[in-house]
Write a protein that binds this ligand. Structure first.
Ligand code: BGC
Length: 546
């Protein structure tokens, strides 16, 4: 397999708890996931991203780790994990997992000992202060639950620092021992065959007076050390950065190709949703133009939805208000600075909009991640707490508990979706696999096409001038090949004239139906697009012109 496999890969994000329950205790588990690997392979996935798999009190769905070296007993054992890696690799599927390095659970033994004994080496594993006003420029991230980044600890007689929930004390990365601990964790899991990590919350590792404690140079120095450690000891492993930051601050996470292999493009995602509501291409064009070039061995990761709220942190106040107004009219839909809804409810179950959003995702720069359940258009439950409403059991078929588990429904870790529009009786894998025109089968075909044309994953993007702001048009270029991509962001049919002078003599070949269009001439090329319609053309060079 190619060393740069992640540049062309399609990723799939899942929480083991939510995917498939093999022992009918109401929680998904590793054995359940193993039984569904063929499903993921069939969909065309290359790499699975597992949400935290470690023992945890579960107050932040596993992002509150209490033991870095084991598997959450609800999910199985280390042997099950080894079997998962083997079974995945046998199918040419890779597996990465969350590495939560910024913080741990307050039930982790390091914190239990560190807070009660100032002489313990673990005391300095955390960030303490007598003054809860320290680092005033650091923002609070979970604004719906937390009022400060400091929490008083009775046992220590001081405040401890936390960027997320107060039960998640931040680790002190100024301490070399902490730095080494994380290296050991990395080693442990890579030695078991894991293919890499999605590194959680990396902007916040270090704190420094007079700064907002995000993206500090010392953070990048340490992250580069982790990369070096991985490169020196392993082959083909990847590091994916979760850095919810503006494009200019994201660039440094790639370093000179010596830090992260990949990073989520957070600012692009809400702008895709904005663009189709405003029926205007400028939000997407502006953010892509603001996106830095990245080293040749790096790749963006793009997504429409994930396990968190649809974050609006990388939006201006005006943009955020617009998004709330359009996508979160019910107060229940808002959470922190975001919207806790799944993809298909956000898009009003409009199949044309869904297709358009996925088509853009597959053509814009980066490797796409699909969030479990979004391939069949699962609904959400905005009345469950925190982000639980977008983490409900996967809907496999119309049997009890959507085929996820045979337990009593009341024993499930979360209720299945039963609202009429998204009821698992109708929205499930089995029925969609059997229906040729289903969302599942459509997406599967799209993934096949995406892989057939490497230019879709590797191409450089260049925007094209047209006479219609409701239409987004650009071409991709890779090794002297070209692809023309045109998306109608509007709810009405739209004509567009695109300046394609530079491709005079080429013939557009529509890649889904393999239909050729008339040759491109001197004057602007005319296309008519249906509402939310799109075209992706491979540009064939006319032999006579060569
Ligand atoms: C994860 C969240 C989690 C937080 C704290 C994030 O960025 O995606 O799900 O709550 O880190 O660990």
């Amino acid at each position: 397999m190619s060393e740069l496999w992640y540049k062309d890969a399609v990723f799939y994000e899942l929480n083991i708890r939510a995917f498939m329950d093999s022992n009918n205790d109401g929680h998904g588990d590793i054995k359940g996931l193993i039984s569904k690997l063929d499903y993921l392979k069939d969909l065309g996935i290359d790499c699975i991203w597992l949400l935290p798999i470690y023992p945890s009190p579960g107050r932040d769905d596993g992002y509150d780790i209490k033991d870095f070296y084991n598997i959450n007993p609800d999910y199985g054992t280390l042997d099950d994990f080894k079997e998962l890696i083997k079974q995945a690799h046998d199918r040419d599927l890779r597996v990465i997992a969350d590495l939560v390095l910024n913080h741990i659970s307050d039930e982790h033994p390091w914190f239990i000992e560190g807070r009660s004994n100032p002489d313990s080496p673990y005391h300095d594993y955390f960030v303490w202060s007598d003054d809860p006003a320290k680092y005033p420029e650091a923002r609070i991230i979970f604004i719906d639950t937390e009022i400060s980044n400091w929490t008083w600890c009775n046992q220590a007689g001081k405040y401890y620092w936390h960027r997320f929930f107060s039960h998640q004390p931040d680790l002190n990365f100024h301490n070399k021992e902490v730095q080494n601990e994380i290296k050991n964790v990395i080693k442990f899991w890579l030695d078991l065959g894991l293919d890499g990590f999605r590194a959680d919350a990396v902007p916040y590792l270090f704190e420094r007076e007079g700064t907002n404690c995000e993206n500090l140079p010392e953070t990048h120095v340490y992250l580069k050390e982790l990369r070096k450690f991985i490169d020196e000891n392993y082959e083909d492993k990847i590091l994916l950065a979760e850095a919810n930051q503006w494009p200019e601050d994201l660039g440094p996470y790639f370093g000179n190709g010596d830090e992260f292999h990949m990073a989520f493009h957070f600012p692009l995602m809400p702008r895709m949703f904005m663009a189709i509501k405003r029926e205007n291409n400028s939000a997407i064009i502006d953010i892509i133009k603001r996106t830095p070039e990245i080293p040749a061995n790096c790749q963006w990761t793009t997504f429409l939805r994930n396990h968190d709220e649809l974050t609006l942190e990388m939006c201006t106040d005006e943009e955020r208000d617009y998004m709330y107004n359009e996508y979160a009219r019910d107060r229940q839909m808002k959470l922190n600075l975001g919207i806790r809804r799944r993809l298909v409810p956000l898009l009003d179950r409009d199949f044309r909009k869904i297709e358009l959003m996925y088509a853009m995702l597959l053509a814009l720069p980066g490797s796409p991640i699909i969030y479990y359940g979004d391939e069949i258009g699962m609904g959400d439950n905005i009345y469950l707490g925190d982000r639980a409403g977008v983490r409900t059991p996967m809907q496999w078929n119309e049997d009890r508990n959507a085929g996820f588990s045979k337990c009593k429904p009341s024993k499930l870790y979360a209720p299945v979706i039963t609202d009429p529009d998204y009821n698992y009786n109708a929205v499930n894998v089995e029925s969609q696999q059997n229906l040729p025109s289903s969302m599942f089968n459509w997406l599967k075909d799209m993934i096949v096409i995406r892989k057939k044309y490497k230019i879709l994953s590797r191409g450089d993007l260049n925007f094209l001038h047209s006479n219609n702001r409701r239409v987004l048009s650009f071409y991709l270029e890779y090794e002297n090949e070209y692809m023309l991509c045109v998306f109608n962001l509007a709810a009405t049919d739209q004509p567009v004239k695109i300046d394609l002078k530079q491709f005079q003599g080429y013939k557009p070949l529509e890649i889904f139906g393999q239909t050729e269009l008339p040759k491109i001439g001197k004057s602007a090329y005319f296309l008519m697009l249906a509402r939310y319609g799109y075209y992706v053309f491979y540009l064939i060079k006319n032999k006579a012109e060569t």
